[in-house]
Write a protein that binds this ligand. Structure first.
Ligand SMILES: [Fe+2]
Length: 177
């Protein structure tokens, strides 16, 4: 079965590597070799959760599930991140800043066992396209909850706003209903 404590310890050790996200990518690929073990250890895929397993100013490890049809507002992270989907599917819509605001520049669909390395300047929205909860293990090179300078984009006005986890949840509800 997946060992949460060992995984967190290995992610912490990865911070000393020249390219921590590449080490974390390898750790997540190894973890995704046993998605059943991840489901068993983390219990994801049955309800919507954002469960930090470890948080420090340098590192966040979190277990996250989103509901069928759930859509997040567009947001950034301001830090690298690596995600491994261990149940269901997560579709990513990728944006960049343009002369007239944000422009959609691509999509990235993640199926069960896929691993995705997100660059520091990533701007995205996520959607669960299936009729079942998804679940993913997320690792970020900073404190995802408290990082200053993060933004979300108001889904109605497209205005960039300061990141606020409560506002993320409110917009997610609005977009998913
Ligand atoms: Fe995100």
């Amino acid at each position: 079965m997946f060992d949460v404590d060992l995984f967190v310890t290995e992610c912490k050790a990865a911070l000393s590597a020249p390219e921590p996200k590449l080490v974390v990518e390898r750790l997540l690929r190894e973890a995704m070799a046993d998605v059943d073990g991840l489901r068993e250890a983390l219990g994801g895929g049955a309800e919507a959760v954002f469960q930090p397993l470890y948080r420090s100013p340098e590192l966040t490890v979190a277990n996250m599930s989103t509901a069928p049809g759930s859509t997040s507002p567009i947001h950034n992270h301001c830090m690298w991140g690596v995600i491994g989907v261990y149940a269901g599917q997560e579709d990513n819509f990728l944006y960049q800043r343009g002369a007239n605001g944000l422009e959609q520049v691509g999509t990235k669909s993640l199926r069960t066992a896929d691993v995705y390395v997100m660059p520091t300047d990533l701007i995205h929205a996520i959607n669960n396209p299936l009729g079942e909860f998804n679940a993913a293990l997320h690792v970020y090179g900073g404190d995802l909850v408290e990082r200053p300078g993060r933004s979300i984009w108001n889904p109605e006005s497209d205005e960039e706003e300061d990141y606020d986890i409560k506002q993320i949840l409110a917009y997610t509800q609005q977009l998913s209903s």
